[in-house]
Design a protein around this ligand. Sequence first.
Ligand SMILES: NC(=O)c1ccc[n+]([C@@H]2O[C@H](COP(=O)([O-])OP(=O)(O)OC[C@H]3O[C@@H](n4cnc5c(N)ncnc54)[C@H](OP(=O)(O)O)[C@@H]3O)[C@@H](O)[C@H]2O)c1
Length: 276
Amino acid sequence: MNQLRLNNGVNMPIRGFGIFQTTNPNICEQSGYQALRTGCSLIDSAVSYSNEEAVGSAIKKSGTAGDELCIKTKPRVQDAGYGNTKKACEKSLNRLQGDCLDISLIDQPFGDRYGSWQAMEELYQAAKTRAIGVSTFQPDRLLDLILHNTVIPVVNQIETHSYCRQRETQQFLRESNIQIEGRNNIFKHAVRGSRAQKYRKPLAQSIVRWLIQRNVVVIQKSVHPERIIENVTVFDYALSEEDMGAIETLDMKHSAFFDHRVPETLTFISGIRLDI
Ligand SMILES: NC(=O)c1ccc[n+]([C@@H]2O[C@H](COP(=O)([O-])OP(=O)(O)OC[C@H]3O[C@@H](n4cnc5c(N)ncnc54)[C@H](OP(=O)(O)O)[C@@H]3O)[C@@H](O)[C@H]2O)c1
């Protein structure tokens, strides 16, 4: 129940831990260690989070065996393209202190993503990464990547929560045999108290349960030990069909932070301004 089988046969835990914005290396190492010791073996890192070394140290300190881990990373948008992506993945491997990356993702659908994917396919074929996937790809860009390449991504990490459910995207991913993985500021929406109260569970757990019951891999960031435990301890109850449906009605069908289709998003993420 806690593991999902990806389209290439690799297992991925349905509960994960995020480290975005945990920039202090000591805090990152400590919270990563705590998550691993709590049994959360999926860690979502990225070059742009500037804390891969701390993740490597947390892994070492925790003593978790390599085959029990699922560590993800993503080169920066600025590393898009064949040569840069290869170099970036090699450097990530060094910082994470592993022999092989578990899952490598293209972080955003921007820049030379075909060059990036070619590099990732080669790293995958050379057993430098056990699986490859993408993040924040809309269905059209994802389908384009699939149709013009060999390896189908194992996962697409997107914003998905009760206020931006992405029903059609999840359907498309299911049909394409690509695992949906979700994130984004779900704890900011403290509206679902009554459902949580009904089950005598913290709101955070009710949010996580809803995602897990939708078959979404959930990743959360916290630097607080009690929250890390709370976020992982979600397998002892289930939301009823009725409550799942009630939460469904909260869907506003738009991003709670920013839309990747809006030109300003590309300018912001890539750091490149168009001078015309
Ligand atoms: N690929 C991408 O473009 C992308 C973008 C954004 C995020 N991500 C990944 O997704 C992960 C999660 O990001 P997110 O935006 O969804 O953040 P999140 O996990 O929803 O965390 C948001 C905030 O909620 C707080 N929190 C955590 N557990 C809580 C609990 N039990 N009760 C109350 N508050 C709690 C945390 O604060 P404390 O730390 O103070 O507890 C955190 O600052 C990131 O770390 C990153 O790995 C990927």
